[in-house]
Design a protein around this ligand. Structure first.
Ligand code: CTP
Ligand code: MG
Length: 228
């Protein structure tokens, strides 16, 4: 079984001028989270969906099954204080089989498409774990201080990571349990938790349009490029 976990429990602190959490901001008459749910609902390879939401949006999310016809939503899960905790809550809620494939997707990436989802599932079948990424356009520098350059990384070896990140259920569950045992509690993504186990993670080519809506500018850009 292929299960999508849709993360929508963030606050959207970097999205100024909005009272409500980012995933529920209105975009052309629908909450932002609607758009990736619609793509996952339509994708024949996805068997069920778990959506992770803030406590106050639990009742809204329960309605999505009927309001939008999202019949694949089988779990509505309350998120945690961090992205990592939100994923962990969902992994426990879905109680999947060891070999099931779990796709973890940020609702803040509304324009994910079927090709990425299909490639991500194929990649898990090959490697057990799949990261979605695009080659870096810019050369990446690192700096601990923020004032002085520590290093410049060879551009052709750098990528920007997107979601979905997909894994065999047993692997991602183990990665989250080990992370907590090691007091790693605020990881920004799931791939790094799996890499801590020393496991190979395959790469799937993402898409520029699968960008993450983070700021007001991103929201305006999204509205401008959406066709429906
Ligand atoms: N997320 C989550 N639970 C959290 C934090 C984040 O489910 N406690 C989800 C967000 O809803 C989002 C995804 O993780 O879809 C990526 O996070 P990000 O873009 O950072 O969203 P926010 O944390 O909401 O934004 P900000 O960091 O600006 O507050
Ligand atoms: Mg965040």
């Amino acid at each position: 079984m292929n299960i999508a976990i849709v993360l929508a429990a963030g606050k959207g602190v970097r999205m100024k001028n909005h009272e409500i959490p980012k995933a529920f901001i209105d975009v052309k008459g629908k909450p932002l989270v609607y758009y990736c749910l619609a793509t996952l609902q339509e994708c024949s390879l996805i068997d069920k969906i778990a959506i992770v939401v803030p406590n106050d949006y639990f009742d809204d999310a329960i309605q999505y099954h009927d309001t939008y016809g999202f019949s694949k939503i089988k779990h509505v899960v309350i998120g945690g204080n961090t992205r990592q905790q939100s994923v962990c809550n969902a992994l426990h809620a879905i109680k999947a089989e060891e070999n099931d494939i779990v796709l973890i997707h940020d609702s803040a990436r509304p324009l994910v498409d079927e090709r990425i989802i299909v490639d991500s599932i194929k990649c898990v079948k090959k490697y057990g774990a799949a990261s979605t990424c695009i080659p870096s356009i810019d050369t990446i520098i690192t700096s601990k201080s923020g004032n002085k350059v520590d290093s410049v990384i060879e551009r052709k070896e750098t990528y920007s990571e997107q979601t979905p990140a997909s894994f065999r259920y047993s692997l991602i569950l183990k990665a989250h349990e080990y992370a907590l045992d090691d007091k790693v509690a605020n990881a920004s993504d799931d791939v790094q938790l799996v890499r801590r186990l020393g496991v190979d993670v395959g790469m799937v080519l993402g898409d520029k349009k699968n960008f993450k809506v983070t700021t007001e500018d991103d929201l305006n850009y999204l509205k401008a490029i959406m066709i429906k």
